[in-house]
Design a protein around this ligand. Structure first.
Ligand SMILES: Cc1cc2nc3c(=O)[nH]c(=O)nc-3n(C[C@H](O)[C@H](O)[C@H](O)COP(=O)(O)OP(=O)(O)OC[C@H]3O[C@@H](n4cnc5c(N)ncnc54)[C@H](O)[C@@H]3O)c2cc1C
Length: 445
């Protein structure tokens, strides 16, 4: 077992000076979602403060070590028909890409009940349509934001590959192409010979591949830290190592937000604390059903024969992303609570999967092994919107395995909600109370 990453140095704060200025809008959480909320809220003319429990862009955040795939790929919710049965089979395999640690946790059991309910054809298709639309809007935002400018070096949009080792895996993927294309995703089957043109250095041992020309990727954590610098340039205050520890409520108003650096009285508050949003909002009686879904990434020095494009290894559920002089592999989904321990066997499972698809990939120095918690809702859709019964509270969380690709539009939607404008897209499927809403209406003051 490798040691887990160090806990976020939250308390005591190295800079205990109280935050002096009350913002118009306080954003809780400095991951990619919180930062995009801050970006659009500031553009709308608000005074914005972001508080982040750890260092901004640090490893405590899920936005730190992920594979950064954005664009239209990956919009299928985790909850799809057949996934429960597959999950049960994988439970017995310590190197499998999906694992649930059995435990008598009422939050987990409730989450699994909602998850099982969402595992049907109709909900999966409806969820897919919503997510594709949100991902397309986000991709447009990223294209505009990142080209040209300071963030340009952190965004690449040259398409992506989906590689399949087995005839069955490839056949299933091939059959899904027409439906996926009809939903607006430009996916196509690669002709023999095309793979070699797109990937002249890498030697794949696969049965077939698909190509999505709208595949793009962000280099993380550089994109996140770069976006934070952009925000500071726009006048957003970012306070690192500052944790929200409670709220003071009067009627339907959040009056004060308690932080480790004093109380703040913002006009509006946005909870964008990733998987910790549920815990953060629980004191307000909100029943957000979120489970931390642990994933791992391994970053190595880029070998000379590395793929040039981002690649998803279909059956193995491992993503490969080129990051200049580094190459990152990411995968596994473990529902084992907030346990950041890195399991050597699962990491080995990821490396073995990569080796089976790319047997000649030169092995190079491992630079970093990381685990992070995807903030997963049961139906795979984010929670986005006003958090009733409060008039001045919104939530933006639950972005699961595609938060990098959904964050930009999530930020814009939150800014529209806070401004009292009609959101650019129907938010009904994303309502924060759709899985039961308030647990108990318990006010803490
Ligand atoms: C292995 C792996 C690979 C992935 N690959 C991709 C990918 O290719 N494409 C993609 O789109 N997505 C990917 N994801 C998912 C993506 O990383 C997440 O969806 C996204 O980072 C979530 O962002 P967030 O801002 O909601 O949460 P986070 O990034 O976790 O940010 C939340 C922040 O809130 C802070 N916080 C919590 N509580 C408090 C508090 N009380 N006070 C102050 N601050 C607080 C935390 O410290 C944290 O920094 C991957 C995830 C993993 C694990």
């Amino acid at each position: 077992m490798a040691p887990p990453f160090p806990p976020p140095p939250s308390r005591p704060s190295p800079n205990p000076a109280p935050i002096r200025r009350d913002p118009d809008v306080l954003v809780i959480g400095g991951g990619v979602v919180g930062l995009f909320c801050a970006y659009y809220l500031r553009r709308a003319g608000n005074g914005v403060t972001v508080v982040e429990r750890g260092p901004l862009g640090g490893p405590q955040s899920c936005s730190y070590g992920n594979t950064g795939f954005v664009g239209t790929q990956g919009a299928l919710p985790l909850a799809e028909p057949g996934v429960m049965a597959q999950g049960l089979r994988w439970l017995l395999n310590p190197e499998s890409p999906f694992y649930i640690r059995p435990r008598p946790d009422p939050e987990l059991l409730s989450w699994l009940r909602h998850f099982r309910r969402a595992c049907n054809e109709r909900d999966a298709k409806a969820g897919f349509r919503v997510l594709v639309d949100l991902k397309k809007r986000s991709l447009d935002i990223l294209r505009e934001l990142c080209t040209p400018g300071d963030l340009a070096s952190t965004f690449t949009a040259r398409g992506m590959l989906l590689a399949y080792r087995t005839p069955q895996g490839f056949e299933k993927a091939r059959r899904s192409v027409p439906g996926t294309v009809a939903s607006g995703v430009p996916l196509r089957v690669l002709e023999p010979g095309e793979l070699g043109v797109l990937e002249p250095d890498a030697e794949f041992d696969i049965h077939g591949a698909l190509y999505n020309e709208e595949g793009a990727c962000l280099r993380v954590p550089e994109f996140v830290t770069g976006l934070a610098r952009t925000l500071e340039g726009m006048g957003v205050e970012i306070h690192e190592r500052t944790e929200v520890v409670g709220f003071e409520v009067a009627g339907r108003e959040i009056r004060r937000v308690r932080t480790t650096r004093g109380d703040l009285s913002p006009r509006e508050t946005v909870v964008a604390a990733g998987t910790w949003s549920a815990e953060c909002a629980r004191g307000l009686g909100l029943g957000l059903r979120l489970q931390p879904a642990k994933g791992y990434s391994v970053t190595v020095r880029a070998p000379a024969n590395a793929p040039r494009l981002p690649v998803l290894l279909g059956e193995g559920k491992v993503a490969i992303v080129p990051l200049g002089d580094r190459l990152r592999f990411g995968g596994t989904l473990e529902l084992s609570g907030l346990d950041a321990t890195i399991s050597r066997r699962r990491v080995d499972g990821i490396l073995r999967t990569v080796h089976t698809y790319l047997p000649k990939l030169e092995s190079t120095e491992i630079l970093e092994t990381w685990s992070g918690f995807r903030p997963c809702s049961p139906d795979g859709l984010p929670y986005l919107g006003r958090a009733g019964p409060y008039r001045n509270l919104s939530v933006a969380c639950g972005h699961g395995h595609i938060g990098m690709g959904l964050a930009p539009v999530s930020g814009r939607l939150i800014a529209q909600i806070v401004a009292g404008e009609r959101p650019e897209t129907d938010l009904t499927p994303l309502r924060p109370d759709r899985h039961g809403g308030r647990t108990r209406f318990r006010l803490r003051s």
